[in-house]
Design a protein around this ligand. Structure first.
Ligand SMILES: Cc1cc2nc3c(=O)[nH]c(=O)nc-3n(C[C@H](O)[C@H](O)[C@H](O)COP(=O)(O)OP(=O)(O)OC[C@H]3O[C@@H](n4cnc5c(N)ncnc54)[C@H](O)[C@@H]3O)c2cc1C
Length: 417
């Protein structure tokens, strides 16, 4: 319970925002050819520009921390403000009206790593939470390996016990943001003799520790937002373990459910985002196809898809607010997001035709190519479409298990939510 009313809190937060940021210009009606035509799904900036953006993003969180507005609903004993979630939501909604530095660097840390540390960490790692929320430490997720993605429980990076420490050796891949992360949540094999999903353990690893090497991977959009990460006998203290030894599958599930919630719940249905309905309508008008019956029908379907996803996500959010945990509906939210993005990419490709692939300098044309080449990555990250359909089929619709997937399958466990 708190003595601070929501109105008093809102006044305090508004005063902070007014003093530290500019209100965004009123959202104007979209006009074709005006403003920024960037619709990329992944950052396409150089590492130098990225480092500058990160510094601004961290500085913003630092200021929020000074005002005790960085972890509003976090427990007081861990450095949070201890206020109800409604206060944190009210702050988020207020802040969205102000122009603040890009906060996407913290998505994985706040959305996945921090909730997992909070649920499974020892005091030595839960003390990182306050430092994460105040922008000092950035987190990354070290799950996927060259031979283990959808079949995550097949991962081979090993952690061997050495007194009060563990020695980690192996390779992770597709690690978003590893090049600027300070800590990573890693799942390792700690007992190769147990069934594959029972011999795993989670840890928090220092990304600056000796033996950690991060190499960038370039994706087809042109950017390099993810990396390969090599571990060569990296020492991790036992108190950096997440959960019990060989219980890493439970730890991984906590992260995966939060991942789907944070990916799907964001762009999945919060609106049409970058691909706003008016942007698409104006594109059709500009190229003289706004009376094309087939395209009009497709646009209507797109709009409907985004609206349905929005209300599905709102229902899932209401469940979380009421004290529920992220469940299979998060898989539906993520699937809805990627279906809508893919349909948008196909629609835009039909309207723009060859303009999409030739960089002629014409406003609002080639800029869409990074959106179109980014959508397949969205269909894979955070659980591929096929994996999520398995979960929805088995867990939500009660369909028979996938042939060949037995009772020990990792999909069975993911489906349990
Ligand atoms: C943009 C992006 C960011 C990412 N960021 C991170 C990150 O930060 N940290 C991290 O750990 N990982 C990250 N990943 C990796 C991601 O989690 C994996 O790529 C994903 O889990 C799929 O694994 P995979 O690439 O090994 O493909 P595979 O598992 O080899 O799958 C290949 C294909 O087979 C299909 N398939 C596999 N099994 C089945 C089945 N049983 N039934 C039907 N179809 C199946 C898949 O759907 C897919 O189409 C990222 C990926 C992307 C694209």
């Amino acid at each position: 319970m708190t003595d601070l009313t929501l109105d008093e809190f809102t006044a305090e937060a508004t005063a902070f925002l007014d003093a530290n940021a500019e209100l965004k210009p009123e959202a104007k009606a979209f006009v074709w050819g005006e403003g920024d035509d960037d619709v990329a799904l992944f950052e396409e900036i150089s590492r130098e520009e990225e480092a500058e953006e990160l510094a601004r993003a961290k500085a913003w969180l630092g200021r929020r921390a000074e005002a005790k507005l960085h972890w509003i609903s976090g427990p007081v004993e861990l450095g949070g403000r201890g206020l109800p979630t409604a206060y944190a939501n009210a702050y988020r909604s207020l802040e969205s009206r102000y122009a603040i530095p890009n906060q996407s660097f913290f998505g994985i840390g706040f959305g996945m790593v921090a909730p997992t540390i909070q649920a499974h960490g020892f005091p030595e790692t839960t003390q990182y939470l306050n430092r994460m929320y105040s922008g000092e430490l950035v987190g990354c997720q070290l799950f996927s390996e060259p031979g283990a993605g959808s079949d995550l429980a097949g991962l081979q990076t090993k952690a061997e016990r050495d007194g009060d420490e563990w020695i980690v050796t192996g390779q992770k891949v597709w690690t978003s943001g590893a090049h600027y992360a300070d800590i990573g949540e890693i799942i390792c094999r700690t007992d190769p003799d147990l069934p594959k999903h029972k011999g795993l353990t989670g840890f928090v690893v220092d990304m600056h520790a000796p033996g950690v090497e991060v190499r960038p991977l370039r994706q087809m959009t042109g950017g390099a937002t993810f990396n390969e990460v090599f571990f060569d006998e990296v020492r991790v203290p036992d108190h950096h373990r997440l959960g019990d030894v060989n219980q890493g599958w439970t730890v991984a599930l906590t992260t995966l459910m939060n991942e789907r919630a944070s990916i799907g719940g964001g762009g999945g249905g919060g609106g049409m985002g970058l691909a706003s309905a008016s942007r698409l309508i104006e594109m059709m008008r500009h190229y003289g196809v706004d009376q094309d019956a087939v395209l009009r029908d497709e646009l209507a379907k797109l709009y409907t898809g985004y609206q349905v996803a929005k209300y599905t996500n709102l229902r899932a959010a209401a469940k979380l607010k009421a004290g529920g945990v992220p469940g299979p509906e998060m898989s539906i939210g993520k699937l809805a997001l990627t279906n809508n993005l893919t349909a948008t990419a196909e629609f835009v490709a039909k309207v723009l035709g060859p303009r999409l692939i030739a960089d002629s300098g014409e406003w609002g044309t080639y800029a869409w190519s990074t959106f179109v080449t980014g959508t397949p990555g969205m269909r894979i990250a955070g659980g591929s479409d096929e994996t999520l359909r398995n979960i929805v089929g088995e867990r939500v619709l009660g369909l028979p298990k996938e042939p060949g997937i037995d009772s020990k399958s990792p999909f069975k466990d993911i489906a349990k939510g």
